[in-house]
Design a protein around this ligand. Sequence first.
Ligand SMILES: *Cc1c(COP(=O)(O)O)cnc(C)c1O
Ligand SMILES: [Zn+2]
Length: 423
Amino acid sequence: MSPISRHYSLYCPVCRQRFSDEKYLLSCPNGCNSLLRTEYKRKDFHPLSGHGIFKYKDWLPVEDIIKTQSGPICYKSEKLAEILNLKNLWISFSGYWPERDANVISCSFKEFEAYPTMQRRKECNSGIILVASAGNTARAFAEVSAKIDEPVIVVVPKSAIDKIYTSNPAKNVFLIAIDGDYTDAINYSDKLCSIDGIVAEGGAKNIARRDGMGTVMLEAVRCIGHLPDWYIQGVGSGTGGIAAWEAAIRLIQTGNFGETLPKLLLIQNYPFTPITNAYMKYRRKIEQFDLPGPDEESVYAPVLTNRAPPYSIVGGVYDALIETDGIMGSVTNAESIDAFSLFQNTEGIDIDPAAAVSVAGLIKAVYEGKIDSNSCILLNITGGGYIRRQHEVNIFHKTPDVIVNYLDQDIKSEIKEFLNKYE
Ligand SMILES: *Cc1c(COP(=O)(O)O)cnc(C)c1O
Ligand SMILES: [Zn+2]
């Protein structure tokens, strides 16, 4: 692919230079402390017909698409809205719910990241993707890998092994299970990224991840007809919040969907609330004392436990909150569990614990008077439909290829053997 033919370039908000995406760029070549942002040639909003995230291909960093029905859906809530006395509550659902055309087999919005990322890797001709995950990201990448027969290496804590399954056999997935927590998985995978032939997925720095997650806002605006006043999401890294903000900027630039950025309400699961603690004091930096002690296990939504979120970096979570006039929230496990039941009983589908955190955060903000009952609210249900999927779609559990018992354990030879298959 020649650089001229690409329909986007990468922009650094610090040095204000533009770059072409030849080598799966994750950061500014000038060394700036920023998130690169995608600039698309096409400025009008032009969703293609059909389902699946690639109907937003104009605003995804890929030249070709993968055929899939997987994408966000959006509808106006009736029952939950009535109970909370909200006039204009919209639900974005990323999961499995066939009646509503929601066909996300791995059941979370991480799949919207995995599709364009795997495709971008292929087009940029870089090495094999390595991704560390608390479970949902790993399952999403495994699902896409199994669907398109492209390799991926995933690193998860041992406790997440049960969560790694796919709807096709995962023949090209190399699964590494760490005897430790999510933070250990991240640290261990950082070391593996120096191996030749491996590229780090990149987390928030990966534009395909952010623009993929941004399709939630695009689909919502396509359904609602204009930008919402609020965007609500349970967060660990906050990347979904950054993505919603960036997508809203693009929509405002079209001139057709409003001029005001949706305010972000991002919620963390107490006691794991580093972003909330720092932002409540308007600090641009997360300090050691913002992080919880070794009591992560007590968190209802472990996918929300990220110790190093992209918060301070230019274009990151802090900037997204400031620019949108957003707020941070925090909810307990008990509040989240109650919210799970309320959502299931009103809307009629089971949701991911992290999505229950979103619901609990909405309830609390309404109760505390932070959100006006007439405002247009977009509630991001980031995952769900596990029970439905279990009953209807056959799955294949992936067993680990290596188990790492000590954090200094050397598994280079096992990894090289896997890489060699794809030379
Ligand atoms: C990863 C994840 C989140 C948190 O997303 P971030 O925006 O990266 O903080 C929320 N819900 C679910 C279901 C997730 O898998
Ligand atoms: Zn720069």
